[in-house]
Design a protein around this ligand. Structure first.
Ligand SMILES: Cc1ncc(COP(=O)(O)O)c(C=O)c1O
Length: 349
């Protein structure tokens, strides 16, 4: 006789992490290719002795630094061990058994997992023909049972983003007792003239939440820090749903230092954007279908050929992320890594 688990466990999709093989070029997890920021490395080295103690459970200094960075009061900020945990905290705060969670599909693969863990029912709304969120269809998918909407902007894995008008239409089209979570994990790579900062645009609405992460442009994926900006009541609930001490002390000081190194973060992001455009142009020249990306990765629409393409890359020592039957997501790496990837991709084409 085995222990009785919740029915949802039987069908819970598995999160597929990007593969790591020693010596290979890893372009599968949307990490920063430039390594730890030197200023952050110094802070971590100074603070390693603190790990025998529990960290500040409230992450007070970190929350103050984030609030200052965005020009908001501290009661509008909540943190977690990565923005994926913050998304889980939001679902825990808003979703009860059987409630519906609406998101585009395909989008970030954690959304269905988070929804099922919270006991909710996932409502997947297909992306449009340009691989972009169809915000009108998302608004139309709202029912009496809806409690939460995730909008991944830019979208992982397609890289596409919706602009200010569509963002506003989505929020206008959703009842104000439904949380709209705009996941901006890749914000630093976006062209701000095409895609406004969602919190500046819509943060005044009490049901709008914006999530951000230190895992991408701030190069701290391994230390696990993310946060949300929300109405004070929502941020308060998200704090209550955090696993106690989930953001380590090293993660807190590292994130504060990374926020203080904005110029270097912006310089690196600019380099990634330039490389993204170079990679996309070369792929288009080679005949691939690659939507315009606003993130640190590109999406190759390969359909049934996705797995073959990823295998060919792997054989050449380049790890990319295939989505079977749909396409392949390739993180923009350092210049030489992108050259290696483009050599395989152009030969395969
Ligand atoms: C859209 C999106 N949101 C959130 C995350 C989670 O990032 P983290 O938990 O490392 O902050 C990712 C990571 O890949 C992502 O692609």
């Amino acid at each position: 006789m085995t222990a009785k688990l919740r029915d949802a466990m039987a069908s819970l999709p598995a999160y597929v992490p990007g593969r790591k093989i020693p010596g290979a070029v890893v372009l599968a997890s949307n990490e920063s290719p430039y390594g730890l920021l030197p200023s952050v490395a110094d802070v971590i080295a100074e603070r390693t002795g603190t790990v025998s103690r529990y960290p500040d459970m409230a992450s007070g200094e970190l929350i103050a630094a984030i609030a200052d960075h965005h020009g908001v009061s501290t009661d509008r900020v909540a943190v977690g061990a990565g923005s994926v945990e913050v998304c889980g905290q939001l679902a825990a705060a808003a979703v009860s058994d059987g409630d519906e969670v609406v998101f585009g599909w395909r989008a970030f693969e954690a959304y269905p997992i988070i929804t099922a863990v919270a006991g909710g029912a996932a409502v997947r709304v297909p992306l449009d023909a340009t691989h972009t969120h169809d915000v009108d269809a998302m608004a139309a998918a709202i029912t009496d049972r809806s409690r939460l909407v995730f909008l991944c902007n830019p979208n992982n894995p397609t890289g596409t983003a919706v602009g200010g008008e569509a963002l506003t239409r989505l929020v206008d089209g959703v009842r104000d007792d439904v949380l709209v979570v705009i996941d901006e994990a890749y914000r630093e790579y976006v062209d701000p003239s095409a895609v406004p900062d969602a919190f500046t645009l819509l943060g005044g609405r009490p049901n709008v939440v914006v999530t951000r992460t230190f895992s991408k442009a701030y190069a701290l994926a391994g230390l696990r820090v993310g946060y949300c900006l929300a109405a004070p009541e929502v941020a308060g609930a998200v704090r209550k749903c955090q696993v106690p001490f989930s953001v380590s002390g090293l993660a807190q000081v590292a994130a504060i230092a990374a926020l203080g190194d904005g110029e270097e973060v912006a310089r690196r992001a600019k380099q990634t954007v330039a490389e993204r455009e170079r990679v996309r142009a070369a792929l288009l020249d080679a005949g691939y279908d690659v939507p315009q990306s606003q993130a640190n990765f590109v999406w190759l629409v390969l359909g049934e050929r996705a797995t073959d393409f990823a295998e060919a890359c792997l054989a050449a020592g380049v790890i990319v992320r295939p989505f079977v039957g749909e396409g392949v997501r390739v993180t923009v790496g350092a210049d030489d890594e992108n050259d290696r990837f483009l050599a395989v991709a152009t030969a395969w084409a």
